[in-house]
Design a protein around this ligand. Structure first.
Ligand code: ZN
Length: 304
């Protein structure tokens, strides 16, 4: 197995273990690869930050709920639902703050992983900067992710309120429902952090292959996992090679890599497929100057 394949396998093993053992400290399940030392710390920090923002969001809604009843105790659950939909959801700043933090996390992890992936492909061509195409992608995906998470929370609150109205519950019961909402809990923060480190890892590969002159293509590798039935199309894709900037065809959906956020949830969620570089040894053998010139040309295109 080549150095880069070994490295990518270790990254995937780490993420898989992190997903399966939700109580373990990330640092304890790190494979024995010194280059990866930084990653668990980054993921843990992001998980903590996300958990904190979710707690703040819960507190905001619960405080507002209490203030709303305190003002007038004859308020009905119907008017409370209106208040959430028309005022509170608009005042929720979760997406703004989380979007900024997610962009920071993705920038740090993508840079850190690109550095070790490029080094493992060809140490003559070291990583030094993310292309504009990647920083643009990080910016737009962070915003989109933040928005999706926020809407998901609002939708869950709405559902709880409507259920409470239909069941004729009291305000105290509604308060309990909101307190216990899984959208606010630590598990969601952890799942988000793990999913996004996977995304960063894929994107770092995409970036590294683009910046590494010796990489001429990318290969899809199917990988299952015990609890999930393999998706037929992902199994069929195993071994498929496309150009670095060509897309994989997953069930008619186009993707730059496994779990590409452009894929539908069906093809993204719980997918443990991997990707590897196709390396041209002749290009590895070129002089450092020649390879650097090829990289600069590629970067110019990515920055255009
Ligand atoms: Zn898959």
């Amino acid at each position: 197995m080549s150095k880069v394949d070994k490295l990518l396998k270790s990254i995937n093993t780490f993420i898989q273990k992190a997903e399966e053992e939700d109580e373990e400290k990330l640092i304890d399940i790190l494979p024995d690869i010194p280059e990866l030392d930084e990653i668990p710390g980054l993921v843990e920090e992001f998980e903590k930050m996300t958990a904190k923002l979710l707690r703040q969001q819960r507190k905001l809604f619960l405080d507002e709920l209490k203030a709303f009843i305190a003002k007038d105790d004859s308020e009905t659950l119907g008017s409370l639902l209106n208040y959430f939909q028309n005022d509170l959801f608009a005042a929720d700043e979760f997406a703004v703050v989380f979007g900024v933090e997610a962009a920071l996390f993705l920038t740090n992890t993508t840079s850190s992983l690109s550095k070790i992936i490029m080094e493992s492909i060809d140490k003559d061509v070291a990583f030094n900067v993310l292309s504009k195409r990647t920083t643009d992608w990080i910016e737009s995906w962070s915003e989109e992710l933040a928005e999706i998470m926020k809407l998901n929370t609002h939708k869950a609150i709405e559902t709880q309120l409507i259920e409470a109205i239909n069941a004729g519950e009291s305000i105290a019961q509604v308060e309990l429902r909101l307190k216990d909402l899984p959208q606010f809990d630590r598990k969601r923060a952890r799942t988000t952090a793990i999913t996004e480190v996977l995304t960063a890892s894929s994107h770092a590969q995409f970036e590294s292959y683009n910046q590494s002159p010796a990489v001429t293509g990318k290969q899809w590798k199917h990988s299952g996992y015990a609890k999930i039935a393999p998706r037929h199309t992902h199994v069929l894709l195993d071994g498929t090679i496309v150009g670095v900037n060509e897309k994989f065809d997953v069930d008619g959906e186009l993707a730059d890599y496994p779990r590409d956020p452009t894929l539908s949830a069906y093809n993204r969620v719980n997918c443990h497929c991997a990707m590897g570089p196709v390396v041209d040894e002749k290009i590895i053998g070129l002089s450092q100057e020649e390879k650097e010139a090829i990289r600069q040309e590629a970067l110019q295109e990515l920055n255009a």
